[in-house]
Design a protein around this ligand. Structure first.
Ligand SMILES: [Mg+2]
Length: 340
């Protein structure tokens, strides 16, 4: 009976919150159904929680959305314990989505990489920005060609939905590079897409900005992450670097599709998630945690990627949003908290 009542209240809270608000329920049941807010923006170190609190936290979500770079892996190396934690969520029956701003791979390649690193993953569970670009352009009925300042990941996803593109790979700088002629531009191009491009060059910026000189040409970016997570002191500039460069020389603003912007949000909302019972895990506040806060998800910040301890302390002191609900040194530490 207790379980049934709890279930009814959960259904009411899902579909009809006002009705739930008027129901007087015993404290224990009410506590369970609102447990998703127990750490709201508290930047709470989950390692300091009691075993009961950790269990309550685990019970408080049905869907897990996780960032990849800096949470699950760095480059081609899995972060210790991350696969065990993700696979444990799956064992508990949680629905899983890998939500990455990385645009360098198609969904099946991400799933393969995840599997090789010990994660259980299928292409349908991957939401990457390369996929979002194709999904967006297909959705608006785009039929022209894309000038792609990006990688094969986006190119392949575009191809899969029948959208033509060019631009992937090196575009070498010639000694007389400033003498580019309008005849070198493809009149069929109707959109410039900027993602991560390791072959970025001055001629590519010239072409992108020249296409964007036409107001009808769409300007789309995968994401604006400043840098990639990297062990050690080497900084690897992220896609945001390229987006800002093209925005500067085109004097236009890109429509950004990845975290934390509205397109990825609408896509996730269309998946029918219950925001209060969804957990977003990330290593970056201005993308992952921001997305979680904007969507009303619970949020977990891990310190295994771009956010360092000094920045975490600053978050706690300044209390500048977006603030994560809970934090852990790394995702794998979750499992040590529930061991008897
Ligand atoms: Mg990350």
């Amino acid at each position: 009976m207790h379980k049934l009542l709890s279930q009814i209240l959960k259904i009411n809270s899902l579909h009809c919150p006002k009705v739930y608000g008027k129901v007087i329920v015993p404290y224990k049941i009410r506590d369970f159904s609102t447990s998703g807010t127990m750490f709201k923006s508290a930047v709470f170190n989950l390692q300091e929680a009691s075993k009961d609190q950790v269990q309550e936290f685990l019970d408080s979500f049905d869907t897990v959305l996780t960032d990849c770079d800096g949470v699950l892996w760095i480059d081609n190396n899995a972060i210790a314990g991350a696969a065990d934690a993700m696979n444990y969520f799956r064992k508990l029956g949680k629905k899983i989505f890998y939500v990455t701003n990385n645009s360098t791979k198609i969904r099946s390649e991400f799933a393969l990489k995840a599997t090789q690193l010990g994660f259980i993953a299928s292409p349908e569970e991957i939401l990457s920005t390369a996929y979002l670009v194709a999904h967006y352009l297909k959705g608006i009925g785009f039929t022209k060609k894309v000038y792609l300042l990006g990688s094969n990941g986006i190119g392949e996803e575009l191809k899969a939905v029948g959208i033509r593109h060019y631009g992937v790979g090196p575009d070498h700088v010639k000694p007389d590079f400033k003498s580019m002629q309008p005849s070198e531009l493809d009149p069929e191009v109707g959109a410039v897409v900027v993602g991560f491009d390791e072959h970025v060059s001055y001629p590519k910026f010239m072409k992108a900005a020249s296409y964007l000189a036409s107001e009808e040409c769409l300007f789309i970016a995968t994401n604006t992450d400043e840098r990639f997570p990297k062990a050690g002191s080497i900084v690897v500039p992220g896609t945001g670097t390229l987006v800002r460069a093209v925005e500067t020389c085109s004097e236009r603003k890109a429509l950004v599709l990845g975290k934390p912007h509205s397109y990825v949000r609408k896509y996730l909302e269309s998946c029918g998630l219950n925001p209060a019972r969804t957990l977003m895990i990330g290593d970056r506040c201005n993308t992952d945690i921001e997305l979680g806060v904007r969507c009303g998800f619970q949020t977990l910040l891990v310190m295994s990627g771009v956010t360092n301890i000094k920045e975490l302390e600053k978050l706690r002191t300044d209390k500048t949003p977006p603030l994560p609900d809970v934090v852990l040194p790394k995702l794998g530490d979750l499992l040590t908290l529930i061991q008897p």
